[in-house]
Design a protein around this ligand. Structure first.
Ligand code: NDP
Length: 236
């Protein structure tokens, strides 16, 4: 069991990309990090890599599209920690490259919404009992995208954009519902980041992509809630 005051964080989709870098930066700040990943081998490898760097990291199998997997992850977490200080809903998919909303495949839209919207909702609902026990006040950060901003929306990837706009709405909904519980809920556009999703031509390294998310998890005022952030600034 963790001691009462050790800070804990659960990051979904933390076996690679921005999620793995968030886990590394939080590990560096003394958090016990829980590496949520749907693939056992990749998740274990990521956790072992962080442990070898001297951080406290534990793998938890978690497929955000599978409510049973989320329940099992809750059970595993409850055997290892007593509270959760930070939940980062980072896992996401982008399958529609250059799709046209006029011909958008509804199955692709359903899959995207299941991963990028329904998943974070269920993970948040299920882990709330642990967030409520955080001695410092819980923090939830949803990893969104500039593609979800209504004032700057391109038509490039409609399913993905719709899912991230919805995730921003989810953020506002939870922020309102959890204000009285002292749980802050925010969403972040990490910018265009060099990962499998962002591609090798993206402008930012993962360190920069994780920066505002880690800031919200550790340094931002607990009173900041219900907002959409980019580079530590609120955006529309
Ligand atoms: P990656 O594709 O590198 O990583 C995505 C992660 O999500 C992987 O660990 C993947 O697991 C995981 N994942 C996908 N589906 C599920 C699922 N059903 N259950 C659990 N894990 C899942 O992408 P990024 O690191 O770039 O993206 C992280 C977040 O940042 C996403 O939400 C993305 O939308 C957002 N973002 C990224 C940008 C960029 O430029 N890279 C820009 C704006 C936002 P697996 O390895 O098993 O596939």
């Amino acid at each position: 069991m963790k001691t009462e005051h050790q800070r804990t964080a659960l990051i979904t989709g933390a076996n690679k990309g921005i999620g793995k870098e968030i886990a590394r930066q939080l590990g560096q700040r003394g958090f016990a990090v829980f590496i949520g990943a749907r693939d056992i081998t990749k998740g274990r490898e990521a956790a072992e890599e962080l442990c070898q760097q001297g951080y406290e990291a534990t793998f938890i199998q978690l497929d955000v599209t599978d409510p049973v997997s989320i329940k099992n992850a809750y059970g595993t977490f409850s055997q290892k920690a007593e509270h959760l200080d930070v939940l980062i809903n980072n896992a996401g998919i982008l399958e529609d490259h250059g799709e046209d909303i006029l011909k958008l495949n509804p199955e692709l839209l359903d899959r995207t919404l299941k991963s990028n919207v329904t998943g974070p909702i269920i993970v948040t609902q299920d882990f709330l009992p642990f967030l409520k026990k955080s001695p410092t006040g819980g923090r939830i950060i949803n990893v969104s995208s500039g593609a979800g901003a209504l004032n700057d929306m391109s038509t490039y990837a409609p399913a993905y954009s719709i899912s991230k706009t919805a995730l921003n709405a989810v953020t506002r909904q939870f922020a309102g519902a959890l204000r009285s519980e002292n749980i802050a809920v925010n969403c972040v556009d990490p910018g265009w980041v060099r990962t499998d999703m962002g591609g090798s031509g993206a402008s930012r390294p993962v360190e920069k992509g994780a920066e505002t998310i880690v800031w919200l998890a550790t340094e931002a005022s607990q009173s900041e809630t219900g907002k959409f952030w980019h580079d530590k600034q609120e955006c529309a």
